[in-house]
Design a binder for this molecule. Sequence first.
Ligand code: HEC
Length: 109
Amino acid sequence: MVLVAVLAGSLCGHSFAAAPGDGVAAGGGSISASEQTCRACHSIDTTKVGPPFRAIAERYRGDSDAVAKLKKSMLEGSSGKWNTGAQMPPNAISAADAERFAGWILGIK
Ligand code: HEC
């Protein structure tokens, strides 16, 4: 069950979650650059171009396919699910980063 191992790893990886909202640079590593792009359209609590990460966490809570769905949306883009009037273009991030972001977003309480 490689997937489970990867998932467990991503849920424990705190680089994206180190400092929600600020202190992004402190996280270090390649993830910071892509996180900056997300924040152009997303924040934790308010709707910007895209839905707030907390709302995403709430909608997908209890969905066992949530990581796979969010990962797909990040990698391939998404539209029509959130009624924001905008669409998310495919993000230039690795599958591993997408999975890490998905795990982090879903962990928001
Ligand atoms: C150009 C603006 C933009 C950028 C950049 C962007 N998003 Fe989005 N995102 C959106 C919009 C708009 C939606 C709502 C799409 C819809 O209605 O289906 C969305 C939806 C989402 C969703 C929910 C998808 C679903 O299937 O319900 C997730 C998760 C997400 N974004 C994460 C990210 C992450 C992580 C990044 C950075 C790697 C990112 N987004 C970058 C605009 C953006």
